[in-house]
Design a binder for this molecule. Structure first.
Ligand code: GLU
Length: 290
């Protein structure tokens, strides 16, 4: 069994990221498994290694040390290129020339697709149309899902069923997309169990479909709830202190933050992981010190 935590190195980890990391760390340790860190740093404009190193420090301050050198995705572009080439060779993709605006307008038309689904503008373009549109702008590459229904079991959330639309595997600036790199890397790193925040639950179906197309097998999934602010929304900078350096200014130590996180899961500092509350009963509202 191997678990992992896969942050984007774009800023200090906050209480929510650290709780997700701890959930995957405890899960791996309880099962006698390995635990890895992977930096999703393909967006070079906002990611950097110094930030990743600070994230490792925060993880270590809460007692989490990866069993291997962390992986940086920007070191593995060949791996993603090969996976994309395999999908193209198998005719599982097509070029997509849509702008965001075209997608938005087609999606809001009467009889448009269900919310958030790609409306299929480029799905069946003729060769002539493709050549014409290729003159306007570079193409993204979409995976042809053919309306597949994906069923999987989430260890925390039970049986799930999603209809998958045609999603991007390579952006039109050439950068491989998140859903592609995540399955390629989970397979390459030998990950068996993905514990992560539940905002990614609906992406899981896309990833399962891709893993099947690339013959990478299936992973076990356990999504955990996000920590939110007092109004129930995702934490943002405006919500005040939530990273280790920020809360330190108010006299909180790493141990204090860890105690808050454990308490939110129904655990005292020395309780075994197996005695935690079910994730659906975790306390999710962060009230910053200060
Ligand atoms: N990088 C993603 C995030 O920070 C996590 C991706 C994953 O765990 O698959 O939300």
């Amino acid at each position: 069994m191997t678990g992992r935590f896969a942050p984007s190195p774009t800023g200090d980890l906050h209480v929510g990221n650290l709780r997700t990391a701890l959930a995957s760390w405890f899960d791996a340790r309880e099962r006698g498994g390995a635990w890895l860190v992977r930096f999703e740093d393909l967006d070079g404009a906002v990611s950097d290694r110094a930030t990743g190193a600070r994230q490792l420090d925060s993880l270590a301050a809460l007692g989490m040390d990866p069993d291997q050198e962390p992986l940086w995705q920007s070191d593995h572009l060949d791996r993603y290129r090969e996976a994309i080439d395999a999908l193209v060779t198998d005719d599982r993709t097509y070029p997509c020339f849509c702008t965001r605006r075209e997608i938005r307008e087609a999606a809001s038309a009467p009889h448009g697709p269900p919310q958030g689904m790609y409306p299929g503008i480029c799905t069946n373009l003729s060769t002539a149309d493709r050549e014409r549109r290729a003159g306007d702008r570079p193409a993204a590459l979409r995976f042809r899902s053919a309306g597949a229904e994906v069923v999987f079991d989430d260890r925390n959330n039970g049986p799930q069923e999603f209809v998958v639309d045609d999603f991007v595997v390579r952006r039109n600036d050439g950068v491989p997309a998140y859903n592609l790199v995540v399955v390629v890397d989970d397979a390459a790193q030998g990950v068996t169990t993905v514990v992560r925040a539940d905002d990614l639950l609906s992406s899981t179906a896309r990833q399962i479909l891709l893993a099947e197309a690339l013959d990478l097998g299936r992973f076990t999934y356990a999504h955990v709830p996000l920590v939110v602010n007092r109004t129930g929304d995702r934490l943002t900078k405006r919500d005040g202190a939530m990273t280790l350096p920020q809360i330190a200014e108010f006299g909180w130590s790493a141990a204090d933050l860890k105690a808050w996180i454990l308490d939110s899961m129904g655990l005292g500092p020395n309780d075994p992981w197996s005695s935690r509350r079910h994730p659906s009963d975790w306390f999710n509202v962060w009230t910053p010190p200060g």
